[in-house]
Ligand binder design. Structure first.
Ligand SMILES: Nc1ncnc2c1ncn2[C@@H]1O[C@H](COP(=O)(O)OP(=O)(O)OP(=O)(O)O)[C@@H](O)[C@H]1O
Ligand SMILES: [Mg+2]
Length: 320
């Protein structure tokens, strides 16, 4: 089922297009990473989907419900976590959640249970009796997430939940999102940085200046960045003054192999790009050949894709 769908969604502020003809479609269980720099239109999109902001034109549906005609029903289906949200002074964590649970008309024993459940889920059970103002930024973000889970929404719109968190808290937030994804929630989560989301999301969209530049499955995006594997070979120094067989020799030898398009030596590592269409199976042949030639191999592996580089490559020139 289509959980989020937008058609030509556009928002103008005067002459500025905060959002320009956005077309998105997310299915049940999708974890969509919405990536873009400051001012690219992420918050605008999420606020429109959360029915808090009217688009200038275009359509958006949540669970098949139009934002124009069914906003009340949509609000029951979504959990929107804004990038900054206030917490109230002099309120304990549990009181804060109970307050919002009652706003969702959850009462009595059910309310107690749901509050305990979401606290457990975000690992804040031990802060139950703490004042909300005493929580760290990471804990506050997790509390914010707990709050939007109270009414068990099918769709989560999370605006930069990891911003301002330290590296460890970021990893915890990622794990939490993964867990929610596994529970079948459809999640749209925004961030400035692709690497942060690429390993937990199944789809990504990259937006700049209101325009969606990339919208694809994570696997597809990775393929676009690199259409074939790059092999990295590291050699041990020749044993005890043995002749030849240096990294330069290996470079020459590898360059001459029929599967190889190019080989470069950088910091003692040889990066080998194979020809288009060469499979992993075929390039595995290179290892025994190197050994047969008397090279001493320290490592032989496929180079990992650097997501930072991938992001730059994907958006390069697109916004010029
Ligand atoms: N109320 C407003 N009036 C005028 N312009 C606005 C308004 N709200 C947003 N904008 C503009 O719309 C554009 C998109 O803003 P938006 O907040 O959606 O970006 P964002 O991707 O969420 O950025 P950030 O990463 O900084 O949160 C920006 O150029 C912003 O200045
Ligand atoms: Mg924003």
């Amino acid at each position: 089922m289509e959980m989020i769908k937008t058609e030509d969604l556009t928002k103008q502020y005067g002459r500025l297009f905060a959002l320009k003809g956005l077309n998105l479609s997310l299915s049940e269980g999708d974890l969509f990473g919405f990536i873009g720099p400051n001012g690219s239109g992420k918050t605008t999109t999420m606020k429109i989907l959360a029915t808090l902001l009217q688009p200038t034109w275009g359509e958006a549906y949540i669970c098949g419900l139009s934002i124009y005609t069914r906003p009340k029903e949509i609000r029951r289906q979504i959990g929107f976590m804004p990038d900054f949200f206030g917490v109230y002074d002099d309120m304990k964590v549990i009181e804060y959640l109970e307050f919002f649970a009652s706003a969702y008309r959850i009462r009595g024993a059910a309310r107690k249970k749901v509050c305990d459940d979401v606290l457990e889920l975000v690992d804040l059970g031990y802060k139950r009796e703490a004042l909300v103002t005493s929580l760290s930024r990471g804990m506050t973000q997790r509390l914010g997430l707990a709050r939007v889970l109270l009414h068990d929404p099918a769709v989560l719109l999370l605006d930069e939940p990891a911003s301002g968190l330290d590296p460890r808290a970021r990893i915890e937030m990622r794990e939490l999102l993964k867990r929610l994804g596994q529970r079948g929630k459809t999640i749209m989560v925004s961030s400035h940085i692709l690497p942060e989301l690429a390993d937990i999301c199944n789809k990504v969209g990259i937006i700049e200046r209101g325009e969606l530049l990339v919208n694809a499955e994570v696997n597809e995006v990775m393929k676009k960045v690199r259409d074939r594997p790059v092999l990295v070979v590291e050699l041990l120094e020749p044993a005890g003054g043995a002749p030849g067989r240096s990294a330069d020799d290996a470079l020459r030898f590898l360059s001459d192999q029929p599967e190889v398009e190019s080989a470069d030596l950088k910091k003692g590592q040889i990066a080998v790009t194979v020809k288009k269409g060469v499979t992993l199976d075929a390039y595995a042949e290179l290892l025994p050949r190197l050994i047969a030639e008397g090279f001493r191999i320290r490592s032989f592996r496929e180079e990992e894709i650097n997501l930072e580089t991938a992001f730059m490559a994907l958006t390069k020139g697109m916004t010029a």
